[in-house]
Design a protein around this ligand. Structure first.
Ligand SMILES: [Zn+2]
Length: 243
């Protein structure tokens, strides 16, 4: 059984108040972190879109280079056929070469058409990249400005958080180590950071359950530390109701 005095309870109440203030400040800071992450995410979505356009341009350039290779191969084949045609012996052979050459020339003009389409696409993509790059720069600037102002707003909260932490630590040194340890353990088990629960009219004000009469009597005598049997917070008798 951990002994407890009214003075100690009062210190724990102060400690809890600091804790609750810290939680509020922390919420503000978390909101800031979320805002910054959102802004960075928007920026990333946009720069990814620009990167996709750039990739598209690189793909078109590679395709264009392939077309150029095809044209070259095609030209070489045509030149060879023309060479052969000069030394053919029969009309039939001549006609066959002529037909082959026609096919190669048809293929060449097909490739050339594809190259023109490819050039159009590269021009359009280059234009799109230029426009998007410009937009990206504006957005980058905007996001940087927004992040800076959000962080400036946060800086006051950070200072406040650090002050509260120091205040907490200073106060904690004045509290009995075992009691503090218990307080911290209970606090860490709650989801709202409230380790203490006032008891009024035999009711735990945290969980609103009835406290057994004997326990409530003992609470009023401050003889030992007691946990609410329902929410497991540290109970203290709060006579604010005028009892
Ligand atoms: Zn309770």
């Amino acid at each position: 059984m951990t002994a407890i005095t009214q003075a100690q309870i009062e210190m724990l109440i102060s400690l809890q108040n600091i804790e609750l203030n810290k939680i509020e400040v922390k919420k503000t800071l978390d909101t800031v972190a979320t805002k910054v992450a959102q802004l960075e995410n928007e920026l990333k979505t946009f720069s990814d879109a620009v990167e996709r356009e750039k990739q598209k341009l690189r793909d078109s350039q590679a395709r264009y280079a392939e077309f150029e290779d095809h044209i070259q191969t095609n030209d070489t084949l045509i030149a060879k056929i023309e060479e052969k045609r000069r030394s053919v012996k029969t009309e039939r052979e001549y006609q066959s070469l002529l037909k082959e050459e026609e096919q190669l020339r048809a293929r060449k003009s097909q490739i050339e058409e594809e190259m023109i389409a490819c050039i159009d696409l590269m021009e359009a993509t280059t234009q799109a990249i230029a426009t998007k790059d410009e937009e990206l720069q504006q957005i980058q600037q905007q996001v940087a400005d927004d992040i800076q102002s959000v962080k400036q707003e946060a800086s006051a909260s950070e200072t406040r958080h650090a002050d509260l932490t120091r205040e907490w630590e200073t106060m904690a040194t004045d509290i009995d180590a075992r009691l503090l340890d218990k307080f911290v353990k209970v606090k860490n088990q709650t989801d709202d950071g409230r380790a203490l629960a006032p008891a009024r009219d035999a009711i735990c004000m945290a969980c609103h359950m009835n406290i057994p009469p004997q326990m409530y009597n003992e609470l009023q005598r401050f003889d030992s530390l007691k946990l609410c049997p329902f929410c497991f917070r540290i109970l203290y008798w709060d006579n604010a109701s005028g009892a």
